[in-house]
Design a protein around this ligand. Structure first.
Ligand code: ATP
Ligand code: MG
Length: 357
């Protein structure tokens, strides 16, 4: 049975890096006879230019009928001054909420070839392999009421609402436990239960789930301590699970441990296992169009897609092995700072991965 993949190149370096990932997907499609079919849609600024909005309802409906989505990145200075309601980023929020993509998986994996590119000492990071599981459709980013209001004394006040229901916590908690089962059997739940009630409930629900996963060890940590531990001794973690805002911050910090943001893939899954896959980085307008962007985060996102939404584990393994091989060969894009290596562009890196397949 054929599987449908939607391609959303987006803006900035998005189209350049997605092109390389698509070449890799086409190659494994042929090699393993996967029966993948591809459809393409606009998102972000490129959709605003054509349709006047960052993601059309028709594109969302088409996405719904696909098994998985591969996204580049959205946004750029060209659209910075337009009305807030049609910003490129709104396209991302729309597809996440419309498809119910509540579980954001961000592996922070340090390739042995890139240890010296990490911002931490080799002995602290070598062998690093963390999975951050971030709740993506709730918490303070979506909580109502929110806004900026004028107080009686005439001064303005900005306010947001941090809330999580038991069912929201339970489903992201289960995702974390299930992931840990396939990994190193440890979950660290990150909250601020000493200050925020919403996270007292978070901790309670996590504790309630734990007995159902006796093979997984659950621990809790306050977010401030977790940030410190991530840069002090990151290898203590296996799976970190947390809410939307804490996850946003911690995963960017974890990204720095791995040498380059250009290496990091991500997945966002819904309850049906449908998923959207994208690099952790943005549209990098500063280097767009120069042919120097690192396509590996997007290629690795395509590999996660095969693994988590399409059940094509063999093809996923082969792509990851090919990425390891090109790093072994010493190929580096400009964002990876290791000494004495050959610097290559986006296309050449794509070529090398294809070769290594
Ligand atoms: P966003 O708001 O979309 O997250 P941002 O401005 O925070 O965007 P990025 O677009 O991720 O950040 O870019 C941050 C820096 O990292 C930029 O200097 C950019 O050139 C660089 N960068 C990001 N992705 C890549 C990549 N794939 N290859 C090389 N450099 C990259
Ligand atoms: Mg950013």
């Amino acid at each position: 049975m054929s599987k449908k993949v939607m391609i959303l190149p987006g803006d900035g370096i998005g189209p350049e890096i997605v092109e390389q990932a698509c070449r890799v997907l086409a190659a494994v499609n042929e090699k393993f006879n996967l029966g993948l079919e591809f459809v393409e849609e606009l998102i972000g600024g490129s959709s605003i230019d054509v349709h006047g909005e960052p993601l059309t309802d028709a594109a969302v409906e088409r996405a719904r009928s696909c098994d998985a989505i591969l996204l580049g990145a959205v946004g750029g200075p060209k659209w910075d001054t337009i009305d807030r309601s049609i910003r490129p980023e709104r396209g991302l929020l729309k597809i996440r909420s419309q498809l119910g993509l509540y579980a954001n998986l961000r592996p922070a994996l340090l390739y042995p070839q890139l240890v010296e590119a990490s911002s931490l000492k080799p002995e602290v990071v070598s062998g690093l392999d963390i999975l951050i599981v971030r709740e993506l459709t709730g918490g303070i980013y979506f909580g109502e009421p929110r806004g900026i209001r004028t107080l009686e004394n005439g001064e303005r006040e900005g306010y947001n609402t941090y809330k999580y229901s038991e069912s929201e916590i339970e489903r992201i908690g289960r995702t974390a436990f299930e992931m840990a089962r396939k990994r190193h059997k440890k979950v660290c739940s990150v909250d601020k239960a000493n200050v925020l009630e919403a996270t007292i409930l978070w901790r309670e629900v996590m504790d309630r789930l734990a007995p159902e996963y006796p093979d997984v060890e659950l621990s809790h940590m306050y977010v401030d301590n977790a940030a410190m531990q991530l840069v002090r001794a990151p290898k203590q973690f296996d799976v970190l699970v947390t809410g939307n805002m804490f996850g946003d911050i911690l995963s960017d910090a974890a990204a720095m441990l791995t040498g380059s943001i250009g290496m990091l893939p991500s997945a966002s899954l819904n309850e049906q296992g449908q998923g959207m896959y994208e690099p952790c980085h943005g549209s990098a307008p500063d280097i767009a169009g120069q042919g120097i962007a690192n396509p590996l985060a997007t290629i690795l996102s395509a590999s996660m897609m095969l693994r988590y939404s399409l059940g094509m584990t063999d093809a996923a393994d082969v792509i990851e092995a090919a990425v390891g091989k090109v790093l072994d060969q010493g190929l580096r894009t400009a964002d990876i700072h290791t000494a004495g290596n050959e610097k290559v562009g986006t296309q050449q890196m794509g070529d090398a991965v294809l070769q290594a397949l």
